[in-house]
Design a binder for this molecule. Structure first.
Ligand code: ATP
Length: 288
C-alpha cells in the first residue's frame, strides 16, 4: 500500500496571442482545465501501475471534482480533506510558440494539519510506502510518523528546495530526483549523492534513462526509445510507477525497468494525469 502525501491542483490553461506585458489586459483565445499537481499525478501513476494508493491531501470546496476524478482513477480518497481554503491551482498561459508562463497558488496544499496526516498514517502498516514531493506542508511530520511505524519513505525532490530536503535526509529510504535537482543538491550540501546517507537514490536523466546509486554501486539504465512529443509528467509517471512496482514486490531493478517503460510511453502523449498509461497499455507497447 502506498500513502502519498501530495499536492492536488486545478490546472487552468489559457491560450493567449502572446504572453502579457506589465499592465496589459489580454483576452485568451481558449480555456481548459484539468487535474494537476505532482502529488495527484503520482497517485494516478501508482494506481495505473496496479498498486493500492491512498492520497493524503487537502482541497477547498472549489476542488471537490478533483477528489472525484482521483477516485474514478482508482485512488483511495478518504484522506483528502476538504478545508476552508482555495484548492491549489496553476494558471498556465501558453503562447502560439508553445512558450508558457505560470502563476501557481498553493492554497489548500500547504494548509494540511498534523491531524489529517496522522489520521491517515494511523491506518498504515509496516512495510507500506510513504511517498512525498515538495508541494505540500507537513513533510517532516509525515516522515517522522511513517518512520516510527516502519514505513519506507520515498521522496521526490521536486520542486527542489535545499531546506526541505536537508530536513528530511536522515528519514528517506529512496530519493528520486532529476539531473538538475541532483546538481542543486550537490551545490547546497557540498555532498555527492553517494554521501547523503540515503540507501537508494535514483537520478532520472530524461531521454538518457536513469542512474541508480546504492550501496551496491552505480547502475545505469537506458531509456526506452520513443518519439517524444510532450515530456510533461514524465518524472511523476516514473516515480509513481517505480513505487508501485516496489509495493507489488518487484526488486529495484525490475521496478526501475517498469518505470522507464511507463515514462517512455507517457512522453509520446500530450497531457498530464488523464493520459498516464496503464499496465495493459505498457504491456501492449513493450510486449512485457
Ligand atoms: P518532467 O519534469 O518533464 O516530468 P523530470 O525532469 O522530472 O520530468 P526526466 O529525467 O526529464 O524527469 O524524465 C523522467 C523519466 O522519463 C526519464 O528517466 C525517462 O525514463 C523518461 N523520459 C523522459 N524523456 C524521455 C524520452 N525523450 N524518451 C524516453 N524516455 C524519456
Amino acid at each position: 500500500m502506498i500513502w502519498n502525501l501530495g499536492s492536488i491542483n486545478i490546472d487552468n490553461f489559457y491560450e493567449v496571442p502572446h504572453l502579457p506585458a506589465p499592465g496589459e489586459t489580454l483576452a485568451a483565445v481558449s480555456y481548459g482545465f484539468g487535474l494537476g499537481g505532482k502529488g495527484a499525478n503520482m497517485s494516478v501513476a501508482a494506481a495505473r501501475g496496479a498498486a493500492r494508493v491512498s492520497h493524503i491531501g487537502a482541497i477547498g470546496a472549489d476542488g471537490r471534482w478533483t477528489r472525484d476524478r482521483l477516485m474514478e482513477y482508482g485512488v483511495d480518497t478518504p484522506h483528502i480533506a476538504q478545508i476552508e481554503a482555495p484548492t491549489g491551482h496553476a494558471n498556465i498561459l501558453i503562447d502560439p510558440q508553445g512558450e508558457n508562463s505560470i502563476v501557481l497558488f498553493q492554497g489548500a496544499n500547504v494548509q494540511l494539519t498534523e491531524a489529517i496526516i496522522g489520521t491517515a498514517l494511523a491506518e498504515a502498516s509496516h512495510k507500506d510506502f510513504l511517498l512525498m514531493q515538495n508541494e505540500t506542508n507537513g513533510q517532516e511530520y509525515a516522515a517522522i510518523t511513517a518512520q516510527s511505524l516502519g514505513l519506507r519513505v520515498v521522496y521526490a525532490a521536486a520542486p527542489f528546495d535545499s531546506f526541505a530536503i536537508e530536513r528530511l535526509l536522515g528519514r528517506i529510504d529512496l530519493l528520486v530526483l532529476n539531473e538538475v535537482e541532483a546538481a542543486q543538491l550537490l551545490e547546497a550540501t557540498g555532498q555527492s549523492v553517494e554521501a547523503l546517507g540515503v540507501a537508494d537514490v535514483i537520478i532520472t536523466l530524461g531521454a538518457q534513462g536513469c542512474r541508480w546509486v546504492s550501496n551496491a554501486g552505480i547502475k545505469q539504465f537506458d531509456a526506452y526509445h520513443v518519439e517524444a512529443v510532450d515530456t510533461t509528467g514524465a518524472g511523476d509517471t516514473f516515480t509513481g510507477y517505480l513505487v508501485a512496482g516496489l509495493d507489488r514486490g518487484m526488486d529495484m531493478a525490475a521496478a526501475i525497468d517498469l518505470a522507464l517503460m511507463a515514462a517512455a510511453l507517457m512522453v509520446t502523449r500530450r497531457g498530464t494525469a488523464d493520459v498516464i498509461p496503464d499496465l495493459k497499455e505498457i504491456q501492449d507497447e513493450f510486449g512485457t
